[in-house]
Design a protein around this ligand. Structure first.
Ligand SMILES: *[C@@H]1O[C@H](CO)[C@@H](O)[C@H](O)[C@H]1NC(C)=O
Ligand SMILES: *[C@@H]1O[C@H](CO)[C@@H](O)[C@H](O)[C@H]1NC(C)=O
Ligand SMILES: *[C@@H]1O[C@H](CO)[C@@H](O)[C@H](O)[C@H]1NC(C)=O
Ligand SMILES: *[C@@H]1O[C@H](CO)[C@@H](O)[C@H](O)[C@H]1NC(C)=O
Ligand SMILES: *[C@@H]1O[C@H](CO)[C@@H](O)[C@H](O)[C@H]1NC(C)=O
Ligand SMILES: *[C@@H]1O[C@H](CO)[C@@H](O)[C@H](O)[C@H]1NC(C)=O
Ligand SMILES: *[C@@H]1O[C@H](CO)[C@@H](O)[C@H](O)[C@H]1NC(C)=O
Ligand SMILES: *[C@@H]1O[C@H](CO)[C@@H](O)[C@H](O)[C@H]1NC(C)=O
Ligand SMILES: *[C@@H]1O[C@H](CO)[C@@H](O)[C@H](O)[C@H]1NC(C)=O
Ligand SMILES: *[C@@H]1O[C@H](CO)[C@@H](O)[C@H](O)[C@H]1NC(C)=O
Length: 330
């Protein structure tokens, strides 16, 4: 190291002489590699294996899982149709958010859907998609209800709450570019707006005829607001009407489907005018506080306990203007 400043001078002055006397550094290196190239190759391979393999087989799966963990899930629409006691058709649109630089392919996988903390009630086959920020994944398939109790809890939660926490869980294969496939665990809980006890429900109008001798004696209109992204096909819904604990009749919503937004729907009713007339003494304003609760939900002749129970758990209170409802009769 003491000759650090000298080589410069030697090389410029007597290059040919030095080269002849002693092989140049470059030649010595070349000779070294010519003889020991295999050692270097082995070292190179070992370094590649030690550095690259963990990156591919540890680092990359870790990054992939990390990015999945960090991604967001937003269910923008969820429609239940063709319900039977043990199955239904599901159309669902979800938007995945991610700030990752990777845009891997995620292969189709089965995702178990549950209410956070509850048991899964359906498995949805998520189609293959390329993950990037804002990617929309659509599901349109028949699903079997694997746990009817858990599904009934879910329906109840959807109907009664302003917001629910839904969990989506599955294991998927992920592939980024030319890197090998890696397994990721998708475990995401997302908030979805619920129907919030049908708050805002209104009996827009109801007229009860006293002349009807058969069939239903009342018909009217109800207003059902639905602030959630759920579309619920319920079928023929029967509701119990009561005043201060005394049954006054039933109301019927035929082929009920509640869409997101405002629903204004026709309603039929069968009200005992005799019972109502007997109560009017207690309600001098002639405004009856009517309680409405679900009695049954029947689709294609089959009772759907999960919807019936949810509607039975939700008491809706409306004021019935008896003067208006019974009109000229009074
Ligand atoms: C992903 O989240 C799970 C818990 O939800 C955690 O156990 C795991 O360590 C996370 N993985 C990465 C790579 O961040
Ligand atoms: C989810 O999507 C809805 C409708 O597109 C949007 O209004 C809402 O802000 C989104 N929520 C999140 C957390 O991205
Ligand atoms: C649902 O179950 C029925 C039999 O119980 C089966 O034939 C059908 O393939 C299942 N559907 C799905 C989507 O798993
Ligand atoms: C998914 O993550 C939640 C916490 O975010 C945890 O409570 C739950 O047990 C996880 N699910 C599974 C199946 O591991
Ligand atoms: C309506 O109620 C009356 C008794 O209050 C009953 O006789 C009639 O059958 C009912 N109509 C229907 C369609 O259920
Ligand atoms: C409601 O019912 C209770 C008993 O069940 C009774 O004490 C009360 O007076 C009733 N209210 C009206 C307004 O009829
Ligand atoms: C639903 O009706 C309410 C008023 O009752 C209104 O403020 C709201 O904009 C309506 N929503 C839609 C989607 O039409
Ligand atoms: C439904 O109505 C029938 C007849 O009024 C009654 O016997 C039954 O208990 C009701 N069921 C529920 C769940 O309220
Ligand atoms: C509802 O009831 C009506 C009349 O009884 C019937 O025609 C219709 O098929 C029923 N709808 C469903 C979905 O079961
Ligand atoms: C009930 O309806 C009658 C007739 O439509 C109307 O004159 C009256 O103002 C209504 N009562 C209330 C409290 O709205």
């Amino acid at each position: 190291m003491a000759s650090d400043s000298k080589p410069h001078v030697i090389e410029t002055g007597t290059v040919p002489a030095t080269a002849a006397a002693k092989p140049s550094f470059g030649r010595r290196v070349a000779a070294h590699y010519k003889r020991w190239w295999w050692v270097h190759l082995i070292i190179f391979i070992v370094v590649v294996l030690v550095v690259v393999l963990p990156v591919i087989y540890v680092g990359y799966p870790h990054i992939a899982q990390h990015d999945i963990n960090e991604s967001t899930l937003n269910i923008t629409s969820m429609a239940i149709s063709d319900p039977t006691p043990n199955s239904f058709h599901l159309r669902e649109t979800q938007v995945i958010g991610s700030d990752s630089a990777f845009k891997p392919n995620i292969y189709s996988f089965g995702a178990a859907i549950s209410l956070l903390g509850g048991a899964p009630f359906i498995t949805v086959q998520i189609p293959k998609f390329k993950a990037h920020d804002g990617v929309e994944v659509d599901v349109d398939q028949d699903v079997n209800i694997t746990d009817t109790t858990a599904f009934a809890e879910f329906c109840k939660a959807v109907l009664l709450n302003e917001e629910i926490q839904m969990n989506v869980y599955g294991k998927a294969d992920l592939k980024e570019g030319s890197l090998p496939e890696t397994k990721i665990t998708y475990n995401k809980t997302t908030s979805i707006k619920g129907l919030n006890k049908l708050e805002g429900f209104e009996l827009v109008d109801l007229s009860i005829s006293t002349s009807a001798t058969s069939g239903n004696n009342g018909k009217g209109t109800v207003y059902i607001p639905n602030p959630s992204p759920f579309t619920l096909t319920m079928g023929n819904v029967t509701l119990d009407l009561s005043v201060n604990g005394t049954a006054i009749g039933k109301s019927y919503l035929t082929d009920l489907t509640i869409y997101p937004g405002n629903n204004t729907l026709p309603m039929a009713a069968n009200v005992s005018t005799l019972t109502v007339a007997g109560m009017l003494g207690s309600y001098p304003t002639l405004m009856l506080p009517v309680d409405i609760v679900g009695n049954s939900t029947v689709y294609n002749g089959e009772e759907l306990p999960y919807f019936s129970e949810a509607l039975a758990a939700n008491k809706i209170s409306v004021e019935l203007n008896v003067t208006k409802a019974l009109g000229s009769v009074l």
